[in-house]
Write a protein that binds this ligand. Structure first.
Ligand SMILES: C[S@@+](CC[C@H](N)C(=O)[O-])C[C@H]1O[C@@H](n2cnc3c(N)ncnc32)[C@H](O)[C@@H]1O
Length: 151
């Protein structure tokens, strides 16, 4: 199985998926945070299973397709969500699964402190329903396994 980890950070999830489940992982980060991810990849002996790449997911060519796209707490950094979802759709094999977590916001008007905080951090936060609409528009919401949960 081929997995795309969008925004892998230090690589913990990618390494765990490769080690525990024997999958091959293409792990992306927009820019290197530090040398820890490649160092840990080598020291854990996972070089043949995990490929680390510094690239914006929106610039990743849709020449390869994946069985699973996984992303933990990254989409808040990407403002053009319709483009992101369309691109993820083009990167998934037919019947593939998108699994992601993200920081979100409630449907009611946030406090001015929260608005200022989001602006200062340059986050783009969506509601659970907002995500559902985006997923539907990109035809990513048609699997029988679909689930969206607030936690
Ligand atoms: C909060 S960290 C999350 C890291 C990891 N998923 C985790 O759970 O520990 C955000 C990560 O998203 C990556 N990122 C942000 N925007 C991105 C983009 N447009 N394309 C690829 N990676 C991106 C950053 O490089 C960073 O690795």
């Amino acid at each position: 199985m081929r997995v795309l980890d969008v925004g892998c950070g230090l690589g913990g999830s990618a390494f765990l998926m490769a080690r525990e489940h024997g999958v091959s992982v293409h792990a992306l980060m927009s820019r290197p945070i530090c040398s820890l991810a490649p160092e840990r990849l080598r020291s854990q002996g996972l070089v043949s299973q995990v490929t680390l790449e510094h690239v914006d997911v929106l610039a990743l060519p849709a020449t390869s397709r994946y069985d699973v796209i996984y992303s933990r707490d990254v989409f808040l950094h990407i403002h053009d969500k319709p483009r992101l979802m369309e691109h993820l759709h083009s990167l998934l094999k037919p019947g593939g699964l998108l699994f992601f977590t993200d920081y979100g916001r409630g449907a009611s008007m946030p406090s001015s402190e929260f608005v200022a905080y989001i602006e200062q951090r340059q986050y783009d936060l969506r509601t659970v329903n907002g995500y559902r609409v985006l997923l539907e528009q990109a035809a990513l919401w048609k699997s029988s396994r679909r689930t969206i949960r607030r936690i």
